[in-house]
Design a binder for this molecule. Structure first.
Ligand SMILES: *Cc1c(COP(=O)(O)O)cnc(C)c1O
Ligand SMILES: [Zn+2]
Length: 413
């Protein structure tokens, strides 16, 4: 079963069998999963997809498993919210929030990539799952490994938010904090991956893992009524998600499930870690690694593995990249919460803050469809809001105390 042709080097085009490898042995380029699209087109239709349960596996033929998934069976199919209040506030006509802040089970889009990677790891017969993470991947790997009954090792920068740390530890994983930033963690993990036969979801299983992100895009298209959005704004850490969203739109077009069209891809980063956006603005396709310093810790990757391809994705599609400061991130988190009742983490503040800027700059036209990718949940990054929300009053439990408070509140209006 399965429609995977094999792996292929993105740089020199050399082909490889579907093994747990991620780098071309000849040119060190990254490997990408290639499918037999003619066969997929013959078996996959809109009707077939919509007749299946509402989870990411309704697009199984476009995912790199040989058989049905064995873990993460309920992941995906999060809401696409028509955001009328936020649209009014931003002065645009057709705005949507793709809301993975409520992703099952660990409240970020990383549940999608991990569901694919761990199912694949089981097909490859690994008994230990591992990852280098900025937080959300740690949560998703620890939870998925627990439910699969597999051992796991999770490596993180030591200074992550409490919510991300606890939301990993609770699953009984082997959590290792590293003194350093994500790029240090990743370097160490590459060495560990050479030494131990473990399934590092974002290292040796990276080609398979990254394919899980495509389901975020398939769902957007299906939920729009089998229509490509005209503009999509995507947060970037390593730059994988934005390239896979593009791939998801191209695939649906290629197999005839959606009419040909153009989606402008916009990438969002925090000013304190914006190597990809800086390159786009400079008009170069080579980025310069940076040392991250931002409250958007989940996006704090200073040397992004897919940075080069993320830049290409934006510029080829007619999109652009933009960045926001920590203050703008917090403002955008509050704006989304107050207009749409959605509590996103700092990464979502980056995405919405950047969307607002791009609309003001005229780079995203006000009369076109716009999808804002909300990829994580605010309960995990509460530190960002500490001391930044209005203080609430505390009173005794007498009615006249409350009435006095009301009078005072109304007099301030
Ligand atoms: C990992 C992550 C991203 C983006 O990841 P890429 O490395 O660019 O694929 C976006 N948002 C959140 C909340 C994340 O955890
Ligand atoms: Zn190669």
């Amino acid at each position: 079963m399965g429609y995977v042709q094999g792996l292929k080097c993105r740089e020199c085009g050399r082909e490889y069998p579907k093994d747990p490898i991620n780098i071309c042995a000849f040119c060190f380029g990254p490997l990408e999963v290639v499918y037999r699209y003619e066969e997929i087109a013959k078996v996959l239709s809109r009707e077939r997809i919509t007749s299946r349960p509402p989870n990411m596996w309704r697009y199984l033929e476009l995912l790199p498993l040989d058989d049905a998934p064995t873990v993460g069976k309920d992941v995906g199919y999060t809401p696409l919210v028509r955001a009328e209040n936020l649209a009014r506030s931003l002065g645009v006509s057709e705005l949507y929030i793709k809301n993975d802040a409520v992703s099952y089970p660990t409240l970020s889009f990383k549940d999608r990539v991990v569901a694919v990677a761990v199912s694949k790891a089981k097909e490859f017969d690994f008994d230990t799952i591992a990852c280098a993470s900025t937080g959300n991947l740690a949560n998703a790997v620890a939870a998925c490994a627990a439910s699969a009954g597999l051992k796991s090792y999770v490596f993180i920068p030591a200074d992550l938010e409490q919510g991300k740390i606890m939301g990993t530890q609770v699953f009984g994983t082997n959590l290792v904090g590293i003194q350093g930033n994500y790029d240090d963690v990743n370097r160490l993990c590459t060495e560990v991956a050479d030494k131990h036969r473990w399934a590092f979801v974002n290292i040796n299983l990276r080609p398979f893992y990254a394919e899980g992100s495509k389901t975020f895009g398939y769902e957007i298209v299906e939920q729009l009524g089998w229509r490509l959005p005209q503009n999509v704004v995507v947060p970037m850490a390593g730059g994988s998600l934005i390239t896979k969203l593009k791939k998801s739109f191209q695939e649906l077009t290629k197999i005839g499930l959606v009419e040909e069209g153009r989606t402008k891809m916009f990438g969002a980063q925090a000013t304190g870690c914006s190597p990809i956006v800086t390159a786009v603005k400079k008009g170069t396709d080579l980025f310069k690694p940076v040392k991250p310093d931002t409250i958007a810790k989940s996006l704090a990757i200073g040397n992004p593995a897919d940075g080069f391809y993320a830049i290409q994705t934006m510029t080829d599609s007619g999109g652009w990249g933009e960045e926001v400061t920590d203050d703008e991130i917090v403002e955008a988190m509050k704006l989304l919460a107050e207009t749409e009742g959605i509590f996103t983490e700092t990464a979502g503040g980056v995405t919405l803050g950047v969307t607002k800027k791009l609309i003001e700059q005229g780079k995203i036209p006000r009369d076109e469809s716009i999808v804002v990718s909300i990829t994580g949940n605010g309960l995990k990054t509460q530190e960002a809001l500490l001391g930044r929300l209005q203080k609430h009053p505390v009173i005794d439990s007498r009615l006249d105390s409350f009435e006095a408070l009301l009078v005072e509140k109304q007099s301030r209006l």
